[in-house]
Write a protein that binds this ligand. Structure first.
Ligand code: RAM
Length: 405
């Protein structure tokens, strides 16, 4: 039963008859209630959207639009596939990359900003210079203080940021994960490509280059990075198909070129018979490519993974690098920016099965033009709903020069 003391029942005075019990429960979780104000009045700092059966729609949905002092009253907007709601003429979105120095993250952040700009919105890039959750916390705090409409974040740790991200969410800030997911409340993850495909295809690429035989190692990013760890999980499963390929070590360069080089050198010293390295990070693979290429004693060590074509061009087709993979990080950011707008404007909702369409003013992305929100796969440790940007792309000597990122 809906109890007065729980959520400030007076908020619902005018709209009560249209609300389902579930909506009231959602409200108790999501609204910062200002007692004494009716929910349908202009003074409420949130927008209620509902589709009651009384109005011929299916269910009620409640969306806290923003804590920015929006004075809109009740907004009636269709919910669901491709629905067009009203997008405010301005809004601020905090973009929190893993760190502010990684060139990959910079490209992705600029992608977010360019989507926001198309709508007159502002993107604030804020993070630390090292890939730790602690270094990202001040940026989340800043987003809360600034009453941002959304946070677009590449998490350095899946769970450590949840107390703060959940706090932001409770204040009406939409949480959009991109690049590296977080496991926090209501997060929608914009996945660059299917997680399993990324992991398994890197192993298959390496296997095809080393005749499925020999010692291999992984040069990863931060040990807590959600994305790398998820890919590595699938790599390990895929390796079971190749009994003669032995994973001897996984080392972590923290997406820092100096640390990546140090751990790479340690790896090469410890395993003189190493046949192959998979580096599922643009920082790791570019560091390794440069080092192996310039040290001919390592000419037989094969390298693959995820790289920026601009950074890998000089080494692709050389003794170590035949092929590697990636997607367009600018497009990833752009899609995350669009979703940040759509979710915070209530144009779309983070519900499984909803088909998200590109906004009218949006540029065409190289991959898809609509994305279905999917539920976390059964058994996955990551609980977030997600959309997938597209398929990973394989770069070789023949095509690596054609890309501008
Ligand atoms: C690095 C980062 C990023 C990852 C890319 C492939 O730049 O670790 O999170 O997605 O590599």
């Amino acid at each position: 039963m809906f109890r007065k003391s729980q959520i400030g029942v007076e908020m619902f005075t005018k709209c009560d008859t249209f609300l389902t019990t579930r909506d009231r429960r959602e409200a108790s979780r999501e609204l910062t209630v200002r007692r004494g104000k009716a929910v349908c009045s202009d003074s409420v700092r949130g927008i209620m959207k509902f589709h009651s059966t009384k109005f011929g729609a299916t269910r009620a949905a409640l969306v806290v639009a923003s804590a920015l002092g929006m004075t809109a009253g009740l907004v009636m907007a269709p919910v669901g596939a491709g629905a067009s709601g009203t997008i405010p003429s301005k809004g601020t979105v905090y973009i929190i990359p893993k760190d502010t120095t990684n060139p990959y993250e910079v490209i992705a952040d600029n992608g977010v900003i360019s989507a926001l700009k198309a709508y007159g919105w502002t993107g604030v890039v804020d993070s630390g210079t090292v890939d730790t959750a602690a270094a990202q916390e001040p940026a989340i705090q800043a987003a809360i203080s600034a009453h941002a409409k959304a946070i677009v974040i590449a998490a350095n740790d899946p769970s450590a940021l949840c107390p703060l991200l959940n706090k932001a969410r409770a204040q009406g800030i939409m949480i959009v994960g991109f690049d590296s997911d977080n496991y926090c409340k209501d997060n929608l993850f914009i996945n660059q490509a299917d997680t399993k495909t990324i992991g398994t295809s890197e192993v298959d690429l390496l296997a095809s280059e080393i005749k499925s035989t020999g010692q291999i190692a992984i040069l990863s990013a931060a040990a807590t990075a959600t994305n790398q760890n998820a890919w590595i999980g699938y790599m390990k499963t895929e390796l079971k198909k190749y009994p003669k390929m032995k994973l001897v070590s996984t080392v972590y360069g923290n997406d820092d070129p100096t640390t990546s080089l140090t751990v790479l050198q340690g790896l090469l010293a410890k395993y003189p018979n190493l046949k192959g390295i998979i580096s599922p990070t643009t920082v790791g693979i570019s560091t390794a490519a440069q080092y192996l290429y310039t040290h001919s004693k390592y000419k037989n060590v094969v390298l693959t993974g995820l790289g920026l074509p601009s950074q890998m061009k000089a080494y692709t087709g050389g003794p170590n690098v035949k092929a590697f993979e990636l997607w367009n990080p600018a497009d990833l950011g752009y899609l995350a920016g669009e979703l940040a707008i759509e979710l915070s404007a209530g144009v779309t909702h983070n519900k499984v099965g909803v088909v998200v369409k590109a906004l009218p003013k949006a540029k065409k992305l190289s991959e898809n033009s609509s994305w279905t929100i999917q539920a976390a796969p059964k058994g996955s440790t990551d609980p977030s709903n997600f959309v997938i940007l597209g398929a990973p792309y394989v770069f070789t000597k023949a095509n690596v020069g054609k890309f501008n990122f």
